[in-house]
Design a protein. Structure first.
Length: 345
């Protein structure tokens, strides 16, 4: 498994990262242990979670994913073998069960959230601590057409200073952003450099064949500022695997179970998805592996976050690490993208 440097830090992470957001909802603790064991055997050293997980977020399952991972570390005793990433939840998005329904990125809440994550994860440190989505009103989670709206949000200076305290205390090693915009990313980087606070080493945003909007304003930042993309939803909630083709509704699949996940199921996305799946099959490729290999190969991507609900799916995803797409496949991808660009941003 290829290792890549995480921003300007001294950490190296695997080109594939193990995603965990189904653990505690669609997956049991035993499933989680099996997936972590298999990922480690394949050379993955990077695992990503969040205090909010599993998804969809519910009070009844809040932070279950972190607890599973903590139990794994306790059982296996291999915490030092992993680069561990987690996230602090922001406000809105139906979150009413985290910090009395008013999560913020202020000093007090960051300290409280880090305390809780460390306890659940049964570790003394978090390698990468990420802001799950902006506290301010802006475009994320598929929102387009920016409409400026003044809102009360924690000053970015306070957030960075609080994170600096956590770094100085040795509780987190690096900080990262998630679902962030070009303005937000550059503002955080500018403040960090001018004030001597920790510099974001990564940005975790969606990126897949149906949503390449990261390329427009953030890819240049990722490369020039060494704030690489941790790509999430590389299979567009499984759509690009082909398992939903022709109206199929596989049992226990995420879109089958949770109708709220409609980001990648609009008519334009389905049409484009069918073309990508057909392209893969035309060239004798597994559609999921083609989609994943494309993401992993992009120069602005530090790591590609793969998730699975079965070991069989995980095996397919892991195999993408050794796939180099031929020129004719890449040309076919660009042709589809030109005709149907970003149908599910």
């Amino acid at each position: 498994m290829e290792l890549r440097r995480l921003g300007r830090s001294d950490l190296e992470v695997s080109a594939l990262c193990l995603g965990t957001m189904t653990w505690g909802e669609q997956n049991s603790e035993a499933d989680a242990f099996a997936q972590i064991d298999r990922a480690k055997a394949a050379g993955i050293n990077f695992i990503d979670t969040a205090e909010m997980y599993p998804v969809p977020p519910r009070a009844e399952t809040y932070a279950t994913t972190e607890r599973y991972i903590g139990n794994y570390f306790k059982a296996r005793g291999d915490r030092a073998d992993w680069i561990l990433a987690t996230k602090i939840a922001g406000p809105g998005n139906g979150i009413t069960h985290i910090r009395d329904g008013h999560p913020r990125f202020n000093r007090q809440q960051i300290r409280t959230a880090v305390d809780a994550s460390l306890r659940r994860l049964q570790t003394d440190w978090i390698d990468l601590y990420q802001l799950h989505w902006p506290e301010r009103s802006t475009n994320f989670f598929g929102q387009l057409g920016y409409r400026h709206q003044e809102s009360d949000f924690t000053p970015l200076e306070e957030t960075l200073e609080a994170l600096d305290e956590e770094v100085r205390d040795g509780r987190i090693r690096c900080i990262g952003l998630s679902n962030e915009t070009p303005w937000g990313t550059m503002k955080y980087l500018q403040l960090a450099e001018s004030r001597g606070w920790p510099r974001a080493v990564s940005i975790q945003n969606p990126y897949n064949l149906l949503n390449r909007s990261f390329e427009v304003g953030l890819a240049e930042i990722a490369i020039r500022e060494q704030c690489g993309l941790l790509a999430y939803s590389p299979l567009a909630f499984g759509m690009l695997s082909g398992k939903y083709e022709n109206g199929a509704q596989p049992a226990n699949a995420r879109i089958t179970l949770f109708q709220r996940f409609a980001r990648y199921t609009n008519p334009q996305a389905k049409a484009a998805c069918s073309r990508y799946v057909a392209l893969a099959r035309e060239h004798g490729l597994d559609p999921a592996q083609m989609a994943l290999a494309y993401v992993t190969a992009q120069p602005f991507v530090t790591s590609n976050i793969i998730g699975a609900t079965t070991l069989e799916q995980l095996e397919t995803n892991l195999a993408s690490a050794g796939l180099k797409l031929p020129a004719e496949v890449l040309a076919g991808i660009e042709a589809i993208h030109t005709e149907q660009p970003n149908p599910a941003p």
